[in-house]
Design a binder for this molecule. Structure first.
Ligand code: CMP
Length: 142
């Protein structure tokens, strides 16, 4: 099935000039970038995006980190895109991420883990709609 997923290149990775490298990995995995922009999140935007984690011990540091610098947000489309994107990204904990994944190569901790990827079709739909209008999404054909 052709799916869409939502992806973030986080402040640590943008700050280290890894945008091109990470986009290359997405495209090499057969994922098409069909929407993209750079944002510097406000506290309110970050809190809304991560609302499900409110109250967890890592929540406050997560909001601080995600608002610490610019991020790239993108919509990726392709066959089995949600799973494929998560494979390219690797496990949340970089110590558990498979060699060759983005997090194995670039994440410095569970928090500063370079990228975010939707974990289900439900979260992909919510996350895409949180950051993009329909007009901003540009599939190859329509
Ligand atoms: P992400 O995929 O963006 O979704 C939630 C984020 O919270 C996650 O990546 C990490 O950056 C962060 N996170 C999840 N679990 C922990 C944890 N145990 N300690 C610190 N940060 C975490």
């Amino acid at each position: 099935t052709i799916e869409r997923t939502f992806s973030i290149i986080k402040p640590d990775a943008v700050g280290r000039n890894l945008v091109g490298d990470i986009y290359h990995r997405f495209e090499n995995a057969g994922l098409q970038i069909i929407a993209a922009k750079m944002l510097h999140l406000s506290r309110e935007q970050a809190e809304g995006f991560y609302a499900e984690h409110q109250g967890k011990p890592f929540y406050d540091p997560l909001i601080k980190f995600m608002t610490s610098g610019p991020i790239m947000v993108q919509v990726l489309e392709g066959e089995d895109a949600i799973r494929r994107h998560r494979e390219v990204i690797g496990a949340t904990d970089p110590a558990k991420a498979q060699a060759g994944t983005i997090r194995a190569d670039y994440a410095s901790s569970v928090q500063q883990n370079a990228v975010h990827g939707s974990d289900s079709t439900t979260s992909a739909e919510r996350e895409i709609a949180y950051f993009f209008t329909t007009e901003e999404i540009c599939p190859r054909t329509r």
